[in-house]
Design a protein around this ligand. Structure first.
Ligand code: SF4
Length: 474
């Protein structure tokens, strides 16, 4: 028989394809969670994992396992095996759970447990103790590489994604992932990305260490296409500081709002800084684009903390009041984000914050304890001053535990006042009061919208109350 080169290569390719499917049966991406479900659904699916799952080639099975939808220990023991590639994403507060899952996966015979996310990026050496492959950075380039390396049995211990990906076309959600996650059935609020990165430089911020200080933008048509394909009618933006786009790219924001205005959305929310209040035309457009509320990072009412706030706010409550008024009068709600525990803070600062929030008519307020996350200048300073509380578990890095010695309060005093304050702010009567106020504002613009806004009027406060309650679950 005559030798035929093309037949030879066809045979060889088939051999490798067969080997490939034998070796890598499935990719399982795990999201550690602790909130679980409320009223049958979890808060939000991991957008990061949805995107990484979308980068898995079509001929390899991929599944996302979310602990918020149900316990995973037993599932990991029973269902995983040597032909599964396991990826785990984790923030700092969940890294101990991620480690437990990694250990269980190894016991089940899994050979490669890859770990990425904020904690792995900011403190890779901590994760390298137990993970087979540690991902730093965004992983859009290195994750496909790992899949190939698994097939070739050349997995490396470290995958450093050093490029900030152009957001155009990157990791577009595939239909199989959208169908599998089934957000409308399983989750309350889908996440969506419009921009990433923030040029500010707040001393405590991890976002800029993970997403970079250059603001990147997704093309508007891609965002609209994704909303329509996911069939979502409400969402929360994952953007670090969407508000800065008002100043940096107003024409982009206008294009986005005009496109969103044409969609039948129930509403959406985003984090921003108070500078958005200086753009009345864009705020009017935002309202037409179904924006429900801004989460504005005021951070502190103590002007002595301004050095830590990266230039976006100065601790001046008169400016905050003006900004809140300007946004709310256009029918958009304002949730104030505040952080306690800067070096100049005392219990009085905390109670003044609450007084301000009530007087200013905020729709809700987030009050968090300053947390020295890995990779931040704030943590570096505390280490230098020997002010980290020794042996604090990472699960306490949830912004409602004190993890360092404050300058002008004792740890006990800080915790006690924080507890008292949270009980006051998130008391059911206060939640109802703020929720009704938000509904009242909505009704001024459209009575028809009121039934559709009931959930969003109360859910933010309810979520913060749950976060605070975790203080007593650990
Ligand atoms: S403004 Fe927000 S995202 Fe930007 S550096 Fe400060 S905390 Fe981080």
């Amino acid at each position: 028989m005559k030798f035929c080169p093309s037949a030879f290569f066809f045979e060889a390719e088939s051999y490798f394809q067969e080997k490939h499917t034998l070796d890598l049966k499935r990719v399982v991406l795990i999201h550690p969670g602790r909130e679980g479900r409320f009223f049958g659904k979890a808060a939000a699916a991991s957008y990061t994992l949805m995107r990484l799952a979308s980068l898995v080639p079509d001929d390899i099975d991929v599944e996302i396992w979310d602990e918020n939808l149900g316990p995973l220990d037993h599932k990991i023991r029973r269902e995983l095996g040597p032909h599964d590639l396991v990826g785990i994403t984790s923030k700092t507060l969940a890294i101990e759970t991620a480690e437990k899952f990694g250990r269980l996966a190894h016991e089940a015979g899994v050979q490669v447990v890859a770990v990425g996310g904020a904690h792995a990026t900011l403190m890779p050496e901590d994760v390298a103790r137990w993970a087979d492959a540690v991902f730093t950075g965004e992983a859009y380039f290195t994750w496909p590489q790992l899949i190939q390396d698994f097939i070739n049995d050349t997995v490396k211990s470290r995958y450093n994604d050093t490029e900030w990906a152009d957001l155009a076309g990157v990791a577009r959600l595939t239909n199989r992932v959208i169908q599998q996650v089934d957000e409308n059935r399983n989750f309350w609020t889908p996440l969506l990305e419009v921009t990433r990165g923030c040029p500010r430089n707040c001393s405590f911020c991890t976002a800029i260490r993970v997403s970079g200080q250059k603001m990147r933008f997704r093309p508007v048509e891609e965002i609209i296409e994704e909303i329509e394909r996911r069939k979502i009618d409400r969402f929360f933006l994952t953007d670090d500081n969407f508000g800065l786009a008002f100043r940096l790219r107003p024409e982009y924001v206008e294009e986005l709002f005009l496109a969103l205005a044409k969609l039948p959305l129930r509403g959406w929310t985003t984090q921003a800084e108070m500078m958005v209040s200086e753009y009345p035309e864009l705020l009017d457009l935002a309202r037409r684009a179904h924006l429900d509320k801004f989460f504005l990072g005021f951070e502190s009412v103590n002007p002595k903390n301004r050095r830590e706030l990266g230039g976006k706010s100065k601790g001046l409550t008169s400016q905050y009041r003006e900004a809140i008024k300007n946004v709310q009068k256009r029918g958009i709600g304002v949730v104030g984000l505040f952080v306690y525990g800067f070096d100049e803070d005392t219990p009085e600062t905390m109670w003044k914050t609450w007084e301000f929030a009530r007087d200013a008519g905020l729709d809700s307020m987030s009050q968090t304890i300053l947390t020295p996350y890995p990779g931040t200048p704030f943590r570096a300073q505390l280490i230098q001053d020997n002010r980290l509380i020794p042996n604090t578990p990472w699960r306490f890095y949830d912004t409602s535990h004190v993890t360092y010695y404050p300058r002008k309060m004792t740890v006990e005093e800080f915790e006690r006042e924080y507890d008292k304050l949270c009980r006051a702010v998130y008391h059911p009567a206060r939640i109802v009061q703020r929720g009704l106020r938000s509904l009242h504002r909505v009704s001024k613009y459209s009575v028809k919208m009121v039934p559709r806004k009931v959930f969003s009027s109360f859910s933010t406060d309810y979520g913060y109350r749950k976060t605070f309650e975790w203080r007593y679950a650990a």
